[in-house]
Design a binder for this molecule. Sequence first.
Ligand SMILES: Nc1ncnc2c1ncn2[C@@H]1O[C@H](COP(=O)(O)OP(=O)(O)OP(=O)(O)O)[C@@H](O)[C@H]1O
Ligand SMILES: [Mg+2]
Length: 268
Amino acid sequence: MGYILAISNRKGGTGKTTVSVNLAAELARAGRRVLLVDLDTQNHCAVGLGVKVGHGEPTVHDLFRPGPPALASLVRATAVPGLNLVPADPVFEHGSGSRDEGLLKAALADPGLQAAFDLVILDTPPSLDLLLINALTAADGLIVPYVPHHLSLEGVRQLMRVLYKIKSRANPGLKILGFLPVMVAEHIRQHKVVTASIAHQFGAPRVLPGIRTDIKLAEAFGTGQPVACYAPKSRAAEDFAALGRFCEAALGPVAEAAAPAMRNPSRK
Ligand SMILES: Nc1ncnc2c1ncn2[C@@H]1O[C@H](COP(=O)(O)OP(=O)(O)OP(=O)(O)O)[C@@H](O)[C@H]1O
Ligand SMILES: [Mg+2]
């Protein structure tokens, strides 16, 4: 069975989508068959990967509407070999639709998807709603990107409260893979203090190799490419390569491939 990794923080603007897109691309580059599922109605993953989603086209949010389609029918190819996307619906209203907290987990259990992908990455909205709960209920592991400012600690704490609730009932197996500092500037004292506080609360081994501030990430996003394609020699590309190596080691070897990566070449 493929590994399901959620990228979450209760706070907005902490690099969740940037990490989801670039880590997904990095792990696809390393040979994993990756499915990125965008649960945030801002639909930024499609933008960051240059995938056009027309009005009324199927999205992950159709799962939460009456008569849901199979998740496999929502998968779109991207320009990155080995990386596929299920986009989000910008007009889905948070809080509307099904109240089933296990809906995404059930949809991901589809044997066709299980055979087609080694890894599912879930980009999540910052709001504490059913979409975030669905992601944490479905996930095997969690990465929490945070900007090392004092205000970020509250967002991390709020997410941990949700996480412990979900661990205690729907998903006891959920593990924190790590806390990922992003937009790091090593010379800023506050960054060191906040990261030291995270290490103190959750254990130093849970603090992942960080992503430094690099405008190339925003530029790459604007051109619809991962930074490894747009600026392969940049600091950000270097940092995502290091994060990719960490995740490769944490996830272990890819299980024997049962089927080629799912592609739907009619859509992009
Ligand atoms: N390491 C970085 N260096 C410079 N800019 C960055 C970095 N990481 C993210 N950004 C920028 O910060 C902004 C917020 O990032 P992003 O959209 O990934 O956050 P988010 O947590 O997904 O936001 P939201 O909560 O709205 O979904 C974007 O403009 C992005 O380009
Ligand atoms: Mg986002």
